[in-house]
Design a protein around this ligand. Structure first.
Ligand code: HEC
Ligand code: HEC
Length: 310
């Protein structure tokens, strides 16, 4: 059974032609004024009902690789989220948004946290009311959108434009792919293991993940007491129990804890678990160390937009 599954995973590589890992562009074209306004909004708790929570609270792009160091983030009134916060860095390259892919793109996604009663708990009209009462935003929105009355549409557009700019180019591995850097012996061993063991069947493409849904627990079932919003929760198809979007591995070293349930405290544990649950092997300590050395080459530069001034 185990051999058959491994064979299937290997074969799927040929049948569905695994997309190779490709570097992310060195520069992204976004409207800078909109992105910088979006940055302000991203960090401003004015967008939460009790003015305590901003997007940044749960997606720390400065200290947590765009995710949250907490296993479960805290929203308005200190309420706990029902799934671990994923990273917003390079999220623009994901084929869908949210762990279960329920939003097609960032523009759809952004409505989620703003309206979620546990996260920011706002209505469109309350957002508009607050921002239109704020002289600073009035001026800024006029400058950027030429509008005298701020609407929800411009608010989300600005945030999404900021997210479009949250890419982390030029990591060592991208430079290696472009022929501009050499990997150390250990990083190379890790990369080879990553390919040969089959990690790359799920983590590939421009985001080294983010382009398919897969079951968490292929060779061994992941037992969980709690129910999480998986693909089953929207499709009600039993095949999709515990199926999630494969997360991007870009900047993965910066954002412990890991997985939809935040159950892996360290990258070491996460890689070990992946070997066991997804590939049915118990990786040796050396293998895990090598793979981690490789994964660390996926840490890119800070998004350029964060250093920009209007
Ligand atoms: C209280 C914590 C919290 C706040 C506030 C919050 N988020 Fe999130 N965010 C999460 C969690 C948890 C998820 C995963 C939910 C799921 O997949 O079901 C998520 C998912 C996302 C995703 C999808 C990433 C992916 O790979 O699927 C993006 C993008 C995102 N949030 C952006 C934002 C933006 C923009 C804001 C502010 C408007 C925001 N978030 C506010 C906790 C938060
Ligand atoms: C069959 C598909 C598949 C294979 C093979 C696979 N993964 Fe994963 N990987 C996933 C899925 C799905 C998740 C999300 C699991 C969850 O949230 O419970 C994940 C999550 C991760 C994470 C955590 C990322 C985060 O942000 O939380 C790391 C690290 C990781 N994988 C590394 C690896 C490595 C290294 C290998 C090879 C040893 C590997 N994966 C093999 C599908 C796969």
């Amino acid at each position: 059974m185990k051999k058959l599954l491994l064979l299937l995973i290997a074969l799927s590589g040929f049948l569905f032609a695994i997309t190779p890992i490709v570097p992310i562009p060195l520069h992204v074209k976004v409207n800078k004024q909109k992105a910088l306004l979006g940055e302000k909004l991203f960090m401003d708790p004015i967008l939460s009902s009790d003015k305590t929570v901003s997007c940044l609270s749960c997606h720390n792009i400065f200290t947590a690789g765009g995710a949250d160091k907490r296993r479960f983030s805290l929203g308005v009134g200190g309420q706990k989220d029902n799934i671990h916060s994923p990273t917003v860095l390079n999220a623009v390259y994901n084929f869908k948004q949210f762990w279960n892919g329920r939003a097609e793109n960032l523009a759809q996604q952004v409505n989620g946290p703003l309206h979620n009663p546990v996260e920011m708990n706002m209505t469109d009209s309350l957002i508009e009311k607050r921002l239109n009462a704020d002289k600073y935003y009035k001026k800024l929105f006029y400058k950027v959108y030429k509008t005298r009355y701020i609407t929800y549409k411009e608010v989300t557009d600005a945030i999404v434009t900021f997210e479009d700019a949250l890419t982390t180019p030029n990591c060592k591995f991208d430079r290696y792919l472009r022929g501009k850097a050499t990997l150390s012996k250990q990083q190379m061993r890790g990369y080879k293991d990553f390919k040969h063991l089959g990690c790359i069947t799920c983590h590939n493409g421009i985001n080294i993940g983010g382009n398919m849904m897969q079951k968490a627990g292929i060779f061994h079932t992941v037992f969980e007491k709690k129910k999480y919003p998986d693909l089953y929760s929207i499709t009600k198809n039993a095949h999709f129990i515990n199926v999630y979007k494969v997360p991007t591995l870009r900047n993965v070293a910066l954002r412990a804890p890991y997985f939809h349930n935040g159950s892996a405290k360290t990258l070491y544990n996460a890689v070990m678990d992946m070997g066991y649950y997804q590939l049915g092997t118990r990786l040796s300590k050396n293998q895990v160390d090598d793979i981690i050395a490789f994964l660390k080459t996926l840490t890119g530069q800070r998004p350029v937009i964060l250093g920009e001034t209007p």
